[in-house]
Design a protein around this ligand. Structure first.
Ligand SMILES: Cc1cc2nc3c(=O)[nH]c(=O)nc-3n(C[C@H](O)[C@H](O)[C@H](O)COP(=O)(O)OP(=O)(O)OC[C@H]3O[C@@H](n4cnc5c(N)ncnc54)[C@H](O)[C@@H]3O)c2cc1C
Length: 254
């Protein structure tokens, strides 16, 4: 059963700049916990002096600390605050969990995960949770970035590949700068090419996707074209507040 939403007071215990625009933030729960959620869900996070923003949980349920991957942009907002001003020991309010794109634990078939940028956060939670209960599980995690600098946690997922023989981490770069070994193209193109090369490859899979809304919508269309039923597709478009308001206005006017 999914947990009800509740507020937590947390304290920053870890700050790591994973890429030029993604910071990994770890929080210890000070009060309000323990925090129950399903892998793939998100929380509403309030940094000091900022309105709440939605961020997906990257850790496994039950872990001692909460982990978030926060993308930031030069022109302000909560992400920029988290990247430049937030310090170890600062207080952060977290409310949740929310979201429907959680790991369906009753399904024991293959799993296909697509992540763009910080969309890796909920996919990390899903992959780690599924492999913890079945290290033999067939899981393909496709991660897409623009160039080499956008790739993060690669060592972590390569280690997981060595421990879990049916887990694969695929990296795709849409605008690679160097001659790196990573595959070229968008993450959606990567899955499409692999699906076209092997018709049965994703049969019986449940598919999960998170990241920029355009990528997530292209991923959903691709999953359907690969023959996955809509009930086996679970997605989390990372709308900004402005995009969410625009969507709501369109829906309201429809
Ligand atoms: C369910 C859900 C889960 C999410 N999980 C995550 C997560 O795990 N990690 C994560 O990093 N984000 C996640 N997001 C997105 C995050 O909540 C938004 O990006 C957030 O609103 C950005 O907040 P901000 O305060 O940093 O920027 P805002 O104050 O919203 O924007 C600051 C400036 O940056 C611009 N900007 C913001 N986002 C974008 C963008 N995507 N593209 C172009 N310009 C942009 C704005 O136009 C504005 O000028 C999630 C969103 C949803 C709906």
């Amino acid at each position: 059963m999914l947990a009800h939403s509740r507020p937590l007071s947390c304290r920053v215990t870890g700050l790591v700049d994973a890429t030029p625009d993604i910071r990994i933030i770890r929080l210890a729960i000070v009060s309000g916990g323990a925090f129950r959620f399903a892998a793939g869900q998100y929380a509403r996070v309030s940094f000091p002096g900022h309105r709440p923003r939605d961020y997906s949980l990257a850790n496994r349920p039950g872990a001692a600390e909460l982990e978030f991957h926060v993308r930031h942009r030069a022109d302000g907002g909560a992400g920029a605050y988290a990247a430049r001003i937030l310090r170890i020991g600062d207080g952060v309010r977290v409310e949740g969990p929310f979201g429907d794109a959680w790991l369906r634990t009753e399904h024991d078939g293959p799993i296909l995960c697509l992540a763009g940028g910080s969309g890796l956060a909920p996919m990390k939670s899903i992959v780690e949770t599924a492999l913890a209960s079945d290290p033999q599980r067939r899981i393909d995690l496709y991660f897409g970035g623009r160039d080499e600098a956008d790739v993060y946690l690669e060592g972590h997922f390569r280690q997981l590949e060595t421990r879990c023989c049916n887990f694969r981490f695929h990296v795709l770069l849409s605008a690679a700068r160097g001659q790196a070994a990573q595959r070229r193209g968008t993450v959606v193109e990567g899955v499409a090419a692999d699906g076209a090369g092997d018709a049965g490859r994703f049969a019986g899979a449940k598919a999960y996707a998170a990241g920029p809304p355009a990528m997530v919508s292209a991923a959903r269309a691709l999953f359907l074209s690969l023959g996955l039923p809509a009930v086996d597709i679970h997605t989390d478009p990372f709308y900004t507040e402005a995009e969410a308001e625009a969507e709501a206005a369109v829906a309201g006017g429809a």
